[in-house]
Design a protein around this ligand. Sequence first.
Ligand code: NDP
Length: 309
Amino acid sequence: MINVLFAAKAERWDTYEAPLRAAFAELGLDVDLRTEFAQEQVDYIVYAPNSDVQDFTPYTRCKAVLNLWAGVEAVVGNDTLTQPLARMVDYGLTQGMVEWVTGHVLRHHLGMDLHIKGQDGVWRDYVPPLAEDRRVTILGLGALGMACAKALRGLGFTVTGWSRTPKEADGITCLHGADGLAKALERADILVLLLPNTPATENTVDAAALARMPKGAFIVNPGRGPLIDDDALLAALDRGQIAHATLDVFRVEPLPADHPYWAHPDVTVTPHIASETRPESASRVIAENVRRGEAGEPFLHLVDRSAGY
Ligand code: NDP
């Protein structure tokens, strides 16, 4: 019997219990799945960083902590966590992000707001360029960034991506390093942020970065709030350097009601809904990692603790 502790907010249990049981059964795993166990009996922890489990020391038998979220910034620095930590890479999460990013990029590319907001009797005959003449830059070419890059490339956009280590992808210009970032920003008619929140990525989009971007560029941030220097972005919006920012994530969430982003005419706020882990597909990812742990095979999607993601 494999003891799996589900450590997440109570409402998640209702959503995940049946799909997890089904996924374990599908792989023939004899799992006792519960929300409570004697700590020293737990073999795996299915984990959300906002759960009550914050001290991993008593989980002496635990072979891995399997995160339900893609972002691990709230757990990766936990000194009590000595077990392997896997993050969530889930088909449903990825597909949801591709749809959200594609939708918001197309909104800005096609100038949809001109017609949606401007129902005022003015005949605005704006013709957008073809996608191939619009340059989209994606910072972060991981599970989500690369999937978005490929989808946008598939629609014909001229796509540049930037990552920490070198990457290659058909039809996508892949850059890395400080020089690569400068080049990636210079060609960002639309900038999409899909970097994790780590000490190295904080304020990647600061005043200098914003000044490098083409005048009138758009920003779409489904990554994390700290990637952007908020004051610098507000200043860049006010002087028209940035035409519009669509922001899904913030340094403080929910975004406080008096935050200037709410009232700014060139900011769209969405409430951290760009994409969610989907219980059915995510449960299969969790079950596969338990199977691997039991078979002595390497875990999938392990977090590099020193890099912070
Ligand atoms: P991955 O870990 O797969 O990818 C992260 C990417 O960022 C990699 O390409 C990595 O480079 C790059 N990167 C990390 N640090 C640096 C750095 N210092 N300089 C340059 N590039 C860097 O993550 P995912 O794609 O799965 O997720 C990305 C983020 O999306 C998550 O961390 C989370 O914050 C956010 N997210 C938001 C959601 C929402 O609903 N708003 C939902 C899910 C995730 P390399 O490839 O070289 O390692």
